[in-house]
Structures are given as structure tokens and as C-alpha cells.
Design a protein around this ligand. Structure first.
Ligand code: FMN
Length: 188
């Protein structure tokens, strides 16, 4: 249970869909609303509004949007990725953002909010999670939110069950970041 706002970690939610009707973006909004309500410092970054160069193109790391995003990832205590599932993986926008921002992810808790077309792709975030663990020793939260069309209301809003799962993930990200901060301050 989150109670003391003075000691709460900060959260960045990276919304990676470029679709204006994105369902994963709606999960990102639900997570942001929940965290704000609990007094957590949270920033929702919609990559649909911050065009990024492809990683490795000339000057890509010096691009102002990349510098801005890198600063925000660096400053975050925990990161939630909301993303579409494309070809049994997260979309290329998510991968590109991770490549561009690199070591800012190091040792941080990371959670996944995914939207997909069908239920069969539910293990799709695993390869992205693996690269975060291998490259940056991220603490991947073992609770993925995975949604498809039936998880949304007729009005296109996330239904109660998927909202609840989103809130559980957001709370777990904060709790894990808090636990890690305590452990770092009190080494064995
Ligand atoms: C190029 C492409 C590849 C896709 N691949 C998959 C897939 O492998 N598995 C799946 O369940 N849905 C797949 N989908 C469907 C999307 O995951 C679905 O439309 C989802 O809502 C996209 O997320 P968004 O609404 O946040 O943009 C794919 C869609 C596109 C455009």
C-alpha cells in the first residue's frame, strides 16, 4: 500500500504506439491516473508526440528529443512501457526508444502494459524483457498487463478488470522501486 508521498519513487510511463486510437495508450492513461491519485510523481511520455530518429542514424544520440527522453529515463526510478504487440514482440518504436536511451534503464524496475490483436501473443513482451535484463539488469515486474479488444468497453475505454490489473502493475512498480532504494541504502 502506498502511503508516504515524500518517499515515493518517480515513474515514467513510455507510451509507444503511434496509433491515435491506441489501446495501449489508454492503459498508460489508466496507470497515470492511478499513480497521480496516490500522490506518485509520474510522467506519461507519448512517443506519438515526440518523434525520434532511428537509433544509429547520423547524430541520433544528439537529437533534442533523444536528449530530452534520455534525461527523463535517467531521472525515473521506475519505468512502465505501454506498447502494441507487433509480430510477437513489442513494436519497433519501443525497441528504438530503448536503444536510444540506453544506460538510463540500468537496474530499474520495468513493467509492461501491452495491447494486442489476439490472445495467442501473450508471451510477446518476453524478448524485450530479456534484452532489458541482459543489457541493463532491469528488474522486470513479473506481472504483465496484456489486453485485447474484448477488455475494452463499447466506448473504447479499458474495462474494470484491465484497469484493476493496470493499477496492480503500477503499484508493484512503485513498491519494487521503493524496496530497491531501501536495499541500496542498506547494503548487506
Ligand atoms: C504490424 C502489426 C503487427 C501485429 N502483430 C500482432 C501480433 O503478433 N500479435 C497480436 O496479437 N496482434 C498483432 N497486431 C495487432 C495489434 O497488436 C493491435 O492492433 C493492438 O491494438 C495495437 O496496439 P495499440 O492499439 O496500442 O496501437 C499487429 C498489428 C500490426 C499493425
Amino acid at each position: 500500500m502506498i502511503t508516504e508521498s515524500a518517499t515515493l519513487p518517480s515513474v515514467v510511463i513510455l507510451s509507444c504506439s503511434l496509433n491515435p486510437q491506441s489501446r495501449s495508450h489508454k492503459l498508460a492513461i489508466a496507470a497515470e491516473t492511478f499513480l497521480r491519485g496516490r500522490g506518485v510523481g509520474v510522467e506519461l511520455i507519448d512517443l506519438g508526440e515526440h518523434e525520434l530518429p532511428l537509433c544509429g542514424t547520423q547524430g541520433s544520440f544528439d537529437h533534442p528529443n533523444v536528449q530530452l527522453l534520455t534525461g527523463k529515463i535517467d531521472a525515473a526510478d521506475t519505468i512502465l512501457i505501454s506498447a502494441p504487440v507487433y509480430n510477437y514482440d513489442l513494436n519497433a518504436v519501443a525497441k528504438n526508444a530503448m536503444e536510444l536511451t540506453g544506460s538510463g534503464w540500468k537496474d530499474k524496475p520495468v513493467g509492461f502494459l501491452c495491447a494486442a490483436g489476439g490472445k495467442a501473443s501473450y508471451m510477446s513482451p518476453i524478448s524485450f524483457a530479456n534484452s532489458l535484463m541482459f543489457d541493463f539488469r532491469c528488474h522486470v515486474i513479473p506481472r504483465f498487463v496484456y489486453c485485447t479488444r474484448p477488455d475494452f468497453t463499447d466506448e473504447g475505454q479499458p474495462g474494470p478488470e484491465i484497469v484493476q490489473r493496470t493499477e496492480q502493475l503500477a503499484a508493484a512498480a512503485v513498491d519494487l522501486a521503493r524496496g530497491l532504494a531501501w536495499a541500496r541504502a542498506n547494503p548487506v
